[in-house]
Design a binder for this molecule. Structure first.
Ligand code: NAD
Length: 290
């Protein structure tokens, strides 16, 4: 008689992998500087959303670590659309700037879609310009938005092959779910994308060899929603009243069932910033024909 030995999931250490990515990028950055090329990254932030402030600080710290020059444009919440677009055009034209990022959210009176469209697709390190989104769908070389790109890097590093796998994503946002769907399809997974109006969600998630949760609801994915031995990726960042961060997955119980799992914090989050830096270096190289 055969007995299955129950083991706990392997932890996908995003913090450590991100450190490795940043350290490789630091070397690339030094090599560029040796050639007289100084990578520069410009961030635009409108208003003073507290969470955005934290994200922007993390990006500036990553730039410092790698050796990328960082330029911050903090605009008053009352800025007009015309003023915002003028700044974007100015940064597009500035040859010393290689990558541009508009930190979201921005105030409601501004049109973020137009702003993303106006960021030159060659400097669009967040991968939100429709040209880059289209290229991703067509499986062409592009800037992949950073959270899905970080998840793909995790799959690669942990030798998780997507070919032919049933991969279920919960969440269809433009930032996570949709670009991740394209990335995984490009790697030959059979992708199902679920959202708030999906019927019989559990039936779909229980069929997933790889399950990605990008919902924004703490501990939403419970063990009964997960197939034995599945790979579980938790994108959620939910801040409790005590400021403690929780993911979308009930980590303690799901880890007993999964084969691989990402923790929160220390999973997808650090990878997002590392892949942003990767895109800044890529943009710099592209713009210098390297
Ligand atoms: P979003 O609010 O834009 O999208 C949430 C998605 O979840 C929607 O598509 C919605 O349909 C779906 N959803 C909501 N309730 C659901 C339900 N009951 N059943 C099934 N689907 C449901 O959010 P987002 O920007 O994609 O972010 C999702 C989460 O990931 C958030 O917690 C966010 O903070 C986090 N996030 C983390 C990173 C990172 O770097 N780790 C990056 C981006 C977002």
């Amino acid at each position: 008689m055969l007995y299955r030995i129950e083991t706990m999931a392997i932890m996908i250490d995003g913090k450590e992998l991100a450190r490795k990515v940043r350290s490789d990028l630091k070397i690339e950055c030094e090599n560029l500087k040796a050639k007289g090329i100084n990578p520069k990254f410009a961030v635009i932030m409108v208003g003073d959303d507290p969470a955005s402030k934290v994200y922007v600080r993390t990006k500036s710290k990553a730039c410092d670590e790698i050796g990328v020059e960082y330029e911050e444009h903090i605009l008053d919440a009352s800025i007009t659309q015309k003023e915002l677009i003028e700044l974007i055009h100015k940064l597009n034209e500035d040859k010393s700037v290689n990558g541009i990022l508009l930190q979201s959210p921005i105030p409601k009176h501004l049109d973020i879609d137009e702003a993303f469209r106006e960021i030159s697709y060659e400097k669009d390190v967040d991968g939100f310009n429709p040209i880059n989104v289209g290229k991703l769908l067509l499986n062409q070389d592009t800037f992949i938005s950073c959270t899905p790109f970080g998840i793909m890097k995790m799959f690669e590093e942990y030798h998780i092959d997507l070919e032919g796998k049933n991969l279920v994503i919960i969440g269809r946002s433009n930032i996570v779910g949709k670009p991740l769907m394209a990335c995984c399809l490009n790697k030959h997974a059979t992708v199902t994308i679920c959202h708030s109006r999906t019927k019989e969600l559990k039936e779909k998630t229980r069929n997933a060899d790889i399950l990605v949760a990008a919902i924004g609801k703490p501990n939403y994915v419970t063990a009964d929603m997960v197939k034995e031995g599945a790979v579980v990726i938790d994108v959620g960042i939910n801040r409790g009243k005590d400021k403690k961060i929780t993911g979308d997955v009930d980590f303690e119980n799901v880890k007993e069932k999964a084969s691989y799992i990402t923790p929160v914090p220390g999973g997808v989050g650090p990878m997002t910033v590392a892949m942003l830096m990767n895109n800044v270096i890529k943009a710099t190289k592209n713009q210098n024909n390297i």
